[in-house]
Design a protein. Structure first.
Length: 245
């Protein structure tokens, strides 16, 4: 009985009111401003930790001091670590750069990941980036066509990436619900029995991580509508825009 009640609470929480949605979108728009600012802040030799501090200070500047989670800033090989904690690693030419951050507005979270290249990417970096981007786009397209089964959506991205890079290079779930906590029901995972309800906000975040080389993750938040979805993330993902100079 407790499990049924818990499931019901999760399902009710997942469906966002207009007011809740407004807070999530506002949090996301602030994150987009911070991302724009941090891209201008980057320079060769800057450390991950100082960049993370800049991100935190920028959120304060924009009136959103409560973050959804500690910002992930990773340079070079560190981008292969899914939950990397920023350290004294310095940015150098040829590095992959990964940002994953969000803030809260009236307790409602935003979540976004973008991957960039500090200088022209090599063929392998380019291949990984384009594959992850295509995997994400395939999933969003499937949602737009009405697919709501979490395991099916996860499989779309996982099968595509496994075929290109082999198994276990995409070791986390495809995404999760977002609300007053950063990881909320439903869950996009291989064995998930969840069905995405209309009105929930989901992250779609495929990634590939190659040890001692680097990784790519691209993450958007989407609102599930009756017959389609609306991407709430308003930041370019094109390879051209991912190359910072």
């Amino acid at each position: 009985m407790v499990n049924m009640n818990t499931k019901l609470i999760h399902e009710v929480r997942a469906v966002k009111t207009q007011k809740e949605l407004k807070n999530i979108i506002k949090a996301q728009r602030i994150s987009e401003k911070v991302l724009k600012d941090v891209l201008k802040y980057l320079k060769t030799g800057v450390t991950e930790i100082s960049t993370a501090q800049f991100i935190e200070n920028s959120f304060i500047k924009y009136g959103a001091p409560v973050l959804a989670f500690p910002p992930i800033v990773a340079f070079g090989k560190n981008t292969a670590n899914i939950h990397h904690e920023p350290n004294k690693t310095k940015l150098k030419i040829g590095d992959t750069v990964m940002f994953d951050f969000g803030c809260t507005i009236n307790s409602y979270c935003s979540d976004m990941t973008r991957t960039y290249f500090w200088g022209k990417p090599n063929k392998k970096q380019e291949k990984i980036y384009l594959a992850v981007l295509e995997a994400e786009e395939k999933v969003i397209e499937k949602i737009k066509k009405g697919e709501r089964r979490a395991s099916v959506l996860d499989k779309v991205a996982r099968d595509f990436l496994n075929k290109k890079f082999g198994a276990k290079k995409f070791p986390h779930g495809l995404g999760h619900g977002v609300g007053t906590v950063i990881h909320e029901w439903p869950n996009l995972k291989p064995a998930s029995g969840d069905i995405l309800p209309e009105g929930c906000v989901m992250t779609i975040e495929p990634g590939i991580y190659l040890k001692n080389f680097g990784g790519v993750r691209i993450e958007d938040m989407v609102l599930i509508t009756e017959k389609s979805c609306i991407n709430l993330t308003n930041v370019s993902k094109s390879l051209k825009d991912a190359i910072l100079f």
